[in-house]
Ligand binder design. Structure first.
Ligand SMILES: [Zn+2]
Length: 414
C-alpha cells in the first residue's frame, strides 16, 4: 500500500537543541511494508518513506510505536503521525484525502499489531517514475489529449483544459483540492457547478470564451470569497451578476469583456481589492452610484451602449415615508443584522439592493434618481477610452434620499 504526498519528518529533540524545522515538506512515496524473519514469524509492519534523493527510503517501525495521530485536517490532505521511537513527528501534506484516510487506518492497524488486510508493499526501492504523480501543472489544449480513462494527478496546482469541447465542468477536476489555477477557457460550458466553491485554494479561474449565462449566488457565497483573486468571464453570455458577487472580496482582477451585461452589480464598490476591471463591449447604459468607490489601476469600458445623462431627474419621493421605507432605512443606517431566518426573503433582497444616497444614508423606494457623467480617471489610473471620440467620461446614476440632499448636490447634476 502506497501513499503519494509531501512529507516532513521533524525530530522532537530539535526545539531542545534550539533548532527549528524547515517547515517545508518534500515529495515522497510512503509505503506500508511487512517483513518476516525466522526468529519472528509474525510479520512486522514498517512505514517506509522514500524520496527522490533517497529511493531506498527510511524505515520506521509501526508496531506499538505510535504515540498519537493528528487528523484534524485530514480532509485537506494533511495529517501527522507521532512516533515513540525515534521521537519524530511525520507530517504529511498535499495528499489525496481519501487515500490518506485509507492509509492512516492501515497504519493504525499495523500499530495495534493487527493483520493488515490490504496488499502491503515489499521493501524495494521506489522507482523514479512514481514521483511523476507529483505533477503540479498540466496543460491540455486539444480534445485528443484530454484524459478520459486516466485521472488527473491529485497534486495538480495548475490545470488548463482549453479547446476540449467541454460542455460542463468535469467532476474529476473538483477533487483536485490543491488546485490554485483552473483554466477552462475556449470550451462550451453553460453552467458552473456550485462545488467549484469547494476548491479552497483556487485563486485563478479562467472561463473566457464559453457559453455561461450566469454566475450563481452559491458560488459567490462559497470559499471562493477567501481565495479567488482573478476571474475571467469574458466572451460569455452573461446579462447580469448577482448582488452577492460583490462578496468575492479578494478579487483583484476581473474580466467581463464581450458579454451582454446590462448592469454592474449595484454594490460593486464593495470590491475593495479590485485593481483591474474590464467590461468592454457590453450593453451597459450607465454605471451604478457605488462605482465611485472603486480604486483601480486599470479600467476598460470601451464599446458599451452608454446613454446620454437625462436632463430631468426621476422623482419617487414618498411623503410621508411608508412604514417599510422608514424601517428599512433604520435597519441599514444602524447596521442591524438581518437574514431570511428573521424576515421574509424578498425583504432581504430589497435591503441587499438598497440605494446609497450621496449623503451616505440608504433608501429603498423613496428617492430622487439623477444621472450625471463622471470622469473615469477619478477611479482608475489607466483608462481605456470609452468610445472612438476619445472620451473617458461615462454616465453614472446618483440617488438622493430626500429633497434636501438633492438640492444640496444639484450642482453635481449640472
Ligand atoms: Zn441623503
Amino acid at each position: 500500500m502506497k501513499l503519494h504526498c509531501e512529507v516532513e519528518v521533524i525530530s522532537r529533540h530539535l526545539p531542545a537543541l534550539g533548532l527549528r524545522n524547515r517547515g517545508k515538506g518534500v515529495r515522497a512515496v510512503l509505503s506500508l511494508c511487512q517483513q518476516t524473519s525466522r526468529s519472528q514469524p509474525s510479520a512486522r509492519a514498517f512505514l517506509l518513506i522514500s524520496t527522490l534523493k533517497d529511493k531506498r527510503g527510511t524505515r520506521y517501525e509501526l508496531w506499538e510505536n505510535i504515540e498519537q495521530f493528528f487528523t484534524k485536517f485530514v480532509d485537506e490532505g494533511k495529517a501527522t503521525v507521532r512516533l515513540k521511537e525515534p521521537p519524530v513527528d511525520i507530517c504529511l501534506s498535499k495528499a489525496n484525502s481519501s487515500s490518506l484516510k485509507g492509509f492512516l487506518s492501515a497504519v493504525r492497524l499495523a500499530h495495534r499489531g493487527c493483520k493488515v488486510d490490504i496488499p502491503v508493499s515489499t521493501l524495494t526501492p521506489v522507482k523514479t517514475s512514481e514521483f511523476e504523480n507529483f505533477k503540479t501543472k498540466m496543460v491540455i489544449t486539444s480534445k485528443k489529449d484530454y484524459p478520459l480513462s486516466k485521472n488527473f494527478p491529485y497534486s495538480l496546482e495548475h490545470l488548463q483544459t482549453s479547446y476540449c469541447g467541454l460542455v460542463r465542468v468535469d467532476m474529476r477536476m473538483l477533487c483536485l483540492k490543491n488546485l490554485r489555477k483552473l483554466d477552462l477557457s475556449h470550451n462550451h460550458i453553460k453552467k458552473l457547478p456550485a462545488t467549484i466553491g469547494d476548491l479552497i485554494h483556487l485563486q485563478e479561474l479562467n472561463l473566457n470564451d464559453n457559453h455561461l449565462e450566469s454566475f450563481s449566488v452559491a458560488l459567490c457565497q462559497s470559499t471562493l470569497q477567501k481565495s479567488l483573486r482573478t476571474l475571467d468571464l469574458s466572451k460569455n453570455k452573461i446579462k447580469a451578476l448577482p448582488v452577492q458577487f460583490c462578496q468575492l472580496q479578494e478579487l483583484t482582477n476581473l474580466k467581463l469583456d464581450d458579454n451582454e451585461l446590462i448592469q454592474f452589480p449595484c454594490k460593486i464598490g464593495q470590491l475593495i481589492n479590485l485593481r483591474f476591471l474590464s467590461a468592454a463591449r457590453n450593453k451597459l447604459p450607465f454605471l451604478p452610484s457605488e462605482f465611485r468607490n472603486l480604486s483601480l489601476e486599470y479600467l476598460d469600458l470601451f464599446g458599451n451602449t452608454f446613454e446620454q445623462p437625462k436632463v430631468l431627474p426621476v422623482t419617487k419621493l414618498q411623503a410621508p415615508l411608508t412604514l417599510l421605507e422608514s424601517s428599512a432605512r433604520t435597519i441599514l443606517y444602524n447596521r442591524i443584522p438581518y437574514g431570511s431566518h428573521i424576515i421574509p426573503f424578498h425583504l432581504c433582497q430589497d435591503l441587499d439592493t438598497a440605494k446609497t444616497c450621496v449623503c451616505g444614508r440608504f433608501c429603498l423606494n423613496s428617492f430622487i434618481q439623477g444621472t450625471t457623467t463622471m470622469n473615469l480617471h477619478s477611479v482608475a489610473h489607466t483608462v481605456v477610452l470609452v468610445d472612438n471620440m476619445g472620451g473617458t467620461e461615462a454616465p453614472i446614476v446618483s440617488y438622493f434620499c430626500s429633497l434636501g440632499c438633492y438640492v444640496n448636490s444639484s450642482d453635481m447634476l449640472k
